[in-house]
Design a binder for this molecule. Structure first.
Ligand code: SF4
Ligand code: SF4
Ligand code: FES
Length: 265
C-alpha cells in the first residue's frame, strides 16, 4: 500500500507541469474524455492542465496560457446536452464526463494584399473578401466566440463598409478561428476583422502627436548616448538601475505625473 502511494505521488509530481498544475491538497478527480479516451483528472484543473496531467504534451495548441493568444480553442459536449460547447483550454475548468477535442487551427480563407496600396474604404474589404455578403445573419459566430465579441455585428459593419465600427467591435478578437468553424456561409470573420483593424489603426485613426514627436526624437539620435552607456554597463548595474527606477505611483492622476529626472523627456 505504502509502495503504491509513493508510486502515485511520484507520478503526480512527474506529470504536473505549468504554473497552476500543482495538485491542491485532497483534490478530487473526475473523468473526462479527450478525443474519445477516458482520463481521470483533478476536478480543479483547466482543460489544458488536465490534459497535461493526463500525459499530453502541447507542441501546438497552446501559447500564452492566459486567454490571449487564441491557440487553445476547444470544443466539447456534456452528457445529456445536445449543445456543442466551446472554450479556451487554458481558461475553462474541466467538468465531469465532458467529451472534448482541441481545434488549435481552423483553415480559413486569408486574402493577400499589399498594405501600403490599400485604401481606407469599405470597397477594399469587399474586393478581398466578397464572400462577406453570403452572411445570413444566423449569429452562430457570436454565440461561439469565447471572447464575447459581437462577430455578426462586425460582419454587418463590414457589409456596410464601416471599417471603423468593424475594427472597434472586433478589438477583443484573439484569432482563435472558432467563429469560422461555425459559419454556414464559410466566411473567415477573424481575418476580415484583422484587415479592418489594420486599416483603421494605420489609415483612419488620428495619429498620436506624442508618438510622432518621440519617434522624431529617437530618429534624431537623442537617446543614442544613453543607449550606448546602458549597453556598456554590466548586468548587475543594469539590474540596480531597473530596481531603483522612478515609478509612477498607482494613484497618480493620468497625465499629471512627471519623474524627477527629466533629462530624456
Ligand atoms: S471573433 Fe472569432 S476568431 Fe475572434 S475570438 Fe471570437 S471566435 Fe475567436
Ligand atoms: S456565422 Fe456566418 S452567416 Fe452566421 S452571422 Fe456569422 S458570419 Fe453571418
Ligand atoms: S493558451 Fe493562449 S489563449 Fe489559451
Amino acid at each position: 500500500m505504502e509502495k503504491e502511494r509513493n508510486r502515485m505521488d511520484d507520478k503526480k509530481k512527474a506529470m504536473a507541469t505549468g504554473d497552476r498544475a500543482v495538485l491542491p491538497e485532497g483534490a478530487r478527480t473526475i473523468p473526462i474524455y479527450v478525443m474519445g479516451k477516458r482520463y481521470e483528472v483533478p476536478e480543479t484543473l483547466t482543460i489544458l492542465k488536465a490534459m497535461e496531467f493526463a500525459g499530453f504534451k502541447f507542441l501546438r495548441g497552446c501559447g500564452c496560457r492566459g486567454g490571449i493568444c487564441g491557440a487553445c480553442s476547444t470544443v466539447y459536449r456534456k452528457p445529456g446536452d445536445y449543445k456543442l460547447q466551446v472554450g479556451l483550454a487554458c481558461q475553462t475548468v474541466v467538468e465531469p464526463n465532458m467529451y472534448l477535442a482541441q481545434i488549435p487551427f481552423y483553415p480559413a480563407n486569408r486574402a493577400n494584399y499589399s498594405y501600403p496600396d490599400i485604401k481606407p474604404a469599405g470597397e477594399e474589404l469587399f474586393k478581398l473578401y466578397p464572400e462577406v455578403f453570403r452572411c445570413v445573419a444566423c449569429n452562430a459566430c457570436t454565440k461561439v466566440c469565447p471572447m464575447d465579441v459581437k462577430v455578426m455585428d462586425y460582419i454587418a459593419a463590414v457589409k456596410r463598409g464601416d471599417i471603423t465600427k468593424a475594427a472597434k467591435l472586433s478589438f477583443d478578437c484573439i484569432q482563435c478561428g472558432l467563429c469560422a468553424s461555425r459559419c454556414m456561409a464559410e466566411i473567415s470573420q477573424y481575418h476580415i476583422a484583422q484587415v479592418a483593424r489594420r486599416i483603421y489603426g494605420g489609415k483612419i485613426m488620428p495619429g498620436s502627436g506624442h508618438l510622432q514627436k518621440r519617434v522624431g526624437e529617437i530618429n534624431s539620435g537623442r537617446y543614442d548616448g544613453m543607449l550606448k552607456e546602458l549597453t556598456r554597463m554590466d548586468v548587475k548595474a543594469v539590474e540596480k538601475l531597473y530596481v531603483e527606477r522612478e515609478r509612477e505611483p498607482d494613484d497618480s492622476m493620468p497625465g499629471q505625473w512627471l519623474p524627477k529626472d527629466r533629462q530624456y523627456l
